[in-house]
Design a protein around this ligand. Structure first.
Ligand SMILES: Nc1nc2c(ncn2[C@@H]2O[C@H](COP(=O)(O)OP(=O)(O)OP(=O)(O)O)[C@@H](O)[C@H]2O)c(=O)[nH]1
Ligand SMILES: [Mg+2]
Length: 214
């Protein structure tokens, strides 16, 4: 069994990423099969029972749910006969049970995907990682919410790849982890909401998990 952990600050979209993956497996079957490129996987476990509805009257956030206990999706690679589990703990490190989930997942995961939101300044998101001691030597980067990022010189950048568009941001994140002797194996740009014009970024979520488990 290989455990994969999705770690990131509160509300960057970790739970939505898992849901988008399941949406492709279950609903966008033809596209998913193309992305799989001959591989076949079978979903074995789906557990979102640690998701809790936020009391809107507290009025602290627009968000409707937050993760208390880690979400989990398990799948089997049918050709290799190997099992994988993806865990997405909540990002609210100020709450003790949520924090326990973060620490546990950081310790039991062989592969870690660090998730950043492109809709929020990086500085605050780094604070989340400051507090996590245990990391593998190499990690994956996921920049979610690409739809919320405003690119400078949109006309010039229209045909540029995400790696070029977001180079300054990638550099900052790589530098942050390199200071801790952690290297980046691969980087993915994702959108975990169904938004017009961001199909490729929706699909990148499936590409990311397939790539990490190939
Ligand atoms: N615009 C946009 N919104 C997104 C995207 N991904 C997630 N969201 C929204 O961001 C909010 C938080 O998403 P969640 O998936 O709950 O985030 P999370 O990281 O699991 O949050 P915690 O587990 O509580 O830390 C929700 O309102 C989502 O609909 C995205 O790619 N683009
Ligand atoms: Mg969550």
């Amino acid at each position: 069994m290989t455990n994969i952990g999705l770690l990131g600050d509160v509300s960057v979209g970790k739970t939505s990423i898992l849901r988008m993956f399941l949406y492709y497996v279950n609903t966008e079957k033809a596209r998913f099969a193309e992305i799989c490129n001959g591989r076949s996987i079978d979903i074995a476990i789906v557990d979102f029972s640690g998701e809790s509805t936020i009391d809107k009257e507290r009025g602290v956030t627009e968000k409707e749910t937050k993760t208390i206990h880690p979400n989990r999706v398990g799948f089997k690679d049918l050709q290799k006969n190997k099992n994988y589990q993806i865990f997405a703990p909540g990002g609210d490190r100020y709450e003790a049970v949520v924090r326990l989930g973060i620490i546990t997942i950081s310790r039991i995961s062989q592969e870690i995907i660090v998730v950043f939101s492109l809709g929020r300044v990086l500085k605050r998101q780094f604070k989340f990682f400051d507090k996590i001691r245990h990391f593998p030597d190499e990690i994956y980067l996921c920049f979610n919410k690409v739809d919320l990022h405003e690119v400078e010189n949109p006309q010039e950048m229209e045909s540029a790849s995400d790696e070029i568009k977001f180079k300054a941001i990638i550099d900052q994140v790589e530098e942050y982890f390199l200071k801790r002797n952690i290297k980046v194996k691969d980087t993915f740009f994702t959108c975990a909401e169904l938004i017009d014009g961001y199909r490729r970024h929706n699909e990148n979520i499936s590409r990311m998990f397939l790539n990490i488990t190939k």
